[in-house]
Design a protein around this ligand. Structure first.
Ligand code: ARG
Length: 401
């Protein structure tokens, strides 16, 4: 009898490697192992070979680096997307993109199922499954790591029994997820929120005591709210992000250590290394300050907050996200120009900005000669602005608290 097919999001790690065999043995499925390249920089050829060795009927590596940058990260940049004010979504943005490719492959291959290796207490299971439900309601998802209920030791036992090669090196105590927009790290000693992360927890961002003693300057050029050039050289977004990851990491920029509220109700301590994201988001919002009116800028913050929650909560493929994108895209028409930044000892500081659409007017702002601001108009403005409060004070007839 012909077997049903499953498309598995394959990372090459222990869980998904055991998953290949488990889906064959326990579920009787033909496994198509899919690795989506979104800039994780891993040895993708080796991952593919491993999937073949494990008996996947097919293994695929799909290069989605530009798709990820142009269709996901560009939107997140325009939205200054940060969950709880700090987390740049280095993991949450990856999932919908991976699912988009999985769904494509599943349809081409006539697969009935897709499978992921996320556990039952994280956000990623939600993102995988809700994205799949929204894109391909006909597909069923198998969350094997949630289903099999094996501990890490049992998994290793299972791997030995089934001849699944697992790394013999001393096990990395951390759970890591990485792609071009950043690296997320949890577990091990990090589960104690009082414990300072040991140096080995972070492999991207240079510790401050080892960063250069000289600052470095960069210039980012934005068009319609998205970076298009670095130091005057036009590059695709993936290249800009990759280069900035190197430069900013060298100066100790982009490390976040936080306790966050997971969608599934747990508080977790996680650290993030996202050097390029730190630089780009800082630059982007600074440029917005130069070109957007006060009202628009302030209102956009509310939209950004909601947008970030949608990303975090696995609702990338939702009606509301499309409507919020319409607002955000409209707001970015004027976000063109350059931002100059100084990178030094963990900080990415904006030191200059300019735009053909700048609303900044030297004549209006200056305290020196050439002042064009009508000082006499301020008097009338204040008397009307303060009027309701003056009337209120008279009626109250007593001192304010
Ligand atoms: N807490 C982050 C999120 O929910 C990252 C999750 C994955 N992290 C990891 N270290 N494997 O988006």
């Amino acid at each position: 009898m012909k077997k049903d097919k499953v498309v598995l999001a394959y990372s090459g790690g222990v869980d998904t490697s055991v998953g290949v065999r488990w889906l064959q043995e326990e579920k009787g499925l033909d496994v198509i192992a899919l690795t989506v390249d979104i800039g994780q920089g891993a040895e993708l050829a080796a991952i593919k070979k491993k999937a073949d060795r494990l008996g996947a009927v097919k293994s695929l590596v799909v290069d989605a680096k530009d798709k990820f940058c142009n269709e996901y990260l560009s939107k997140a940049i325009k939205a200054n997307a940060m969950y709880e004010g700090r987390y740049v979504h280095s993991t949450s943005l990856n999932r919908p993109c991976i699912v988009e490719i999985m769904v494509d492959v599943a349809r081409k291959e006539g697969a009935k199922y897709i499978a992921h290796g996320s556990t039952g207490k994280g956000n990623d299971q939600v993102r995988f499954e809700v994205s799949a439900m929204a894109l391909a309601p006909e597909l069923e998802t198998i969350a094997f790591a949630r289903e099999w209920g094996m501990t890490r030791d049992e998994e290793i036992e299972y791997a030995k029994k089934h001849n699944i090669p697992i790394p013999v090196t001393a096990e990395n105590p951390y759970s890591i997820d990485l792609a071009v927009w950043g690296k997320s790290t949890e577990c091990g000693i990090l589960e104690d929120p009082w414990a300072e992360p040991p140096e080995d927890a972070h492999t991207w961002v240079t510790p401050l005591h080892k960063t250069p003693d000289e600052p470095e300057y960069i210039v980012l050029t934005f068009k319609l709210g998205v970076p298009v050039a670095l130091d005057g050289r036009r590059m695709k977004l993936f290249t800009i992000i990759s280069k900035l990851n190197d430069v900013a990491a060298r100066h100790g920029i982009g490390l976040t250590d936080m306790v966050e509220n997971r969608l599934v109700g747990i508080k977790s301590r996680e650290t993030y290394e996202a050097p390029a994201a730190a630089v780009i988001l800082r630059a982007h919002s600074d440029l917005e300050s130069l070109v957007l009116t006060r009202d628009a800028a302030h209102y956009k913050r509310l939209i950004e907050e909601r947008y970030s929650e949608l990303i975090y909560d696995g609702l990338w493929f939702s009606e509301l996200r499309e409507y919020l994108d319409a607002f955000i895209d409209a707001s970015q028409e004027k976000v063109n120009g350059k931002v100059r930044m100084k990178l030094f000892k963990g900080n990415a500081v904006v030191v200059g900005r300019k735009s053909p659409q700048a609303l900044y007017s030297h004549g209006l702002a200056t305290y020196d000669r050439g002042d064009e601001f009508d000082h006499t108009a301020a008097k009338g403005f204040i008397s009307i602005w303060g009027l309701p409060h003056k009337v209120d004070a008279v009626v109250r007839g007593k001192k304010r608290k």
